[in-house]
Write a new protein. Structure first.
Length: 113
């Protein structure tokens, strides 16, 4: 498994969100943009503070990261990927397998899996 570099700067997120293509699922929206590096993917996670308090947001981030790492070896390289949490999804009754299934479906829609 190769190291995935996280997007951290605001301009990196803005670049992917403005120029990338969006694909929506039940809980997650994914924006994908080709990057200049052909060997690795860049990953960004964004969950609004209006969704839930910090503990729940961090749990959702951990679950999304873990499900992403599950599919990382089978993905095409050279993309910047940003995961957004849909604000209408219920945060309290979410399980890993629901997120994993949603990530798989959205990545297949984006044709990078």
């Amino acid at each position: 498994m190769k190291k995935t570099i996280m997007l951290k700067k605001n301009y990196e997120f803005r670049n992917v969100l403005s120029k990338g293509k969006g694909f929506s699922g039940k809980f997650i929206t994914v924006f994908v943009l080709k990057n200049n590096n052909q060997d690795i993917n860049f990953l960004g996670l964004a969950i609004s503070s209006k969704i839930a308090k910090a503990v729940r947001r961090n749990r959702i981030k951990r679950l999304i990261k873990e499900s992403y790492y599950f599919f990382e070896e089978h993905m095409k390289k050279g993309n910047s990927i940003v995961f957004l949490w849909n604000k209408h999804a219920n945060v309290n009754k979410i399980y890993f397998f629901d997120i994993k299934e949603d990530v798989e479906n959205v990545l297949k829609k984006a044709q990078i899996l």
